[in-house]
Design a protein. Sequence first.
Length: 538
Amino acid sequence: MTPVNPLIEGLRGDLDSRPQTPTVVGLEKDERDEFLKRENELSDQLALKESTLVAAEKLVSELREELAFLKEQESTVSNENKAMSAQLNELRLQVERLDYDNKEGVITIDILKEQSQDAKNELEELKKSMAEMKTSQKDSSVEEREKRKQEKMAMMMAKFDTQGAFSEKDEALRQILAKLEAIDSDAKVTTLTVDDITSVRRQLAEGQSMIRDTVDRLRQSQEENDMMLRRRDELESRVAALETEYEELLEKTIHEEETSNVDLAESMTDLKTKLEAQYAAKRDAHVSEVQDLKQQLELRSNEIRTLNSSIDSLKSVNEELKRAFAVTSAGIEGGKNLAESAQDLERTRKAINVQLAEFDGVKKSLMRDLQNRCEKVVELEIQLDEIKEQYNNVIRNSNSKAQQKKMAFLERNLEQLTLVQKQLVDQNSTLKKEAGIAERKLLARNERIQNLEAMLQDADRRLSIQNQKFEAQLQAVRERLDQARAQKAAASSPLNFGRIAKPLRGGGGAAPGPIGGPVPISGGGGGNPLARLQNEEG
């Protein structure tokens, strides 16, 4: 079925409304077929152009939708790209900031390490200097004290006659023993004189007095021993209390060091070193005093044991002397029991020999005790001389008040100058350290600035590349829009065609004018072929 052309229908209506022009209408069959064929071709072309136009309009709408989708997608991608770029730049800045903070932390750690090493070196130097000063002072003072002690001991011991009364008593005892040994019969008993008996009595009385003195000394030694034991216990308790107080102080100091700043830590460290030195000195003094007391206690114990043995031996000798004296008196009066007297005298001789040996031991122990006491006295005298010398020096120095004021003023100025010099040295060293720190930080900041400049250049380069890409995409979109417009114009151009004018045989019909306008008649006998065709069909 041939589609209806609206133009032909409009033309047909116009022809019906026009009055008929007298024309000669007559078409041959082949012309009519050709005309119909031509009409059909034109109708087919028109339908084809219409379908092409619909397809072009559909393509244009699809292209518009695709363009809108692409624009929306492009805007979304551009927004995401901007957000990602901002996040990337922020992350890069954070990385740079962290690198810079890390470098500053490394610089700070190096500074603290250097300060710690300097403090350790100063502490070692101070310890060495203190040890050297202590050793030098001890060496000089110990040598001088030993020398003075030896001199005073020599002078003091020279005053004692170690061979005086003891040697005389020993000689008298030996003579009596020799006489007693010579008695072996009744005739020789009569050789003992009144002087010998008197000397034996005197020796007996002296032995008894010596026993009493020894007992008194033993009691005094025991009392001194008890006192030394109590003193040792007190010293040990004081040492234990000092140790506990020192441990508590150390714990408190360590806790305060952990919770305080660097300045307080330094002050507490100084305080701790001073306390340690003071505690070490006190501890050494207490230890030496305890050792001295232990030695004295041991000497007293040995002396007590010796005195106990000497008391026992003296008691036995006293008994023997009493028996010998009774036997001798009985022999002189009547000469009875000479054998028993001889045996008693023999036992007495042996006992006296033993007593002499023990007496020698007691004498040696007493001499040692005397020497120890003399040493203590000498040490006290040396200390007294030193104190007197210091006191005299103080008195001599305090005599001249003006000189003392000048010296005090000079000492104060010297202390101030020393303090100022120390402060300047400390400030100089601190400024040097701070200059090194500032230089390292400046290098780190310059490096960070260079990194930021490089990042800025990179961002500018990426931005220019993105702008170029955006311009290229915009140009491509413009080209596609131009192509779409050209295709739309090409699709709509076949609709703007005029009337097809074709000369017809047998008449001079003119080309039809515009639709709805008057149709001029050309020639004398020419008619409208379309009208003729309609008339024939009608």
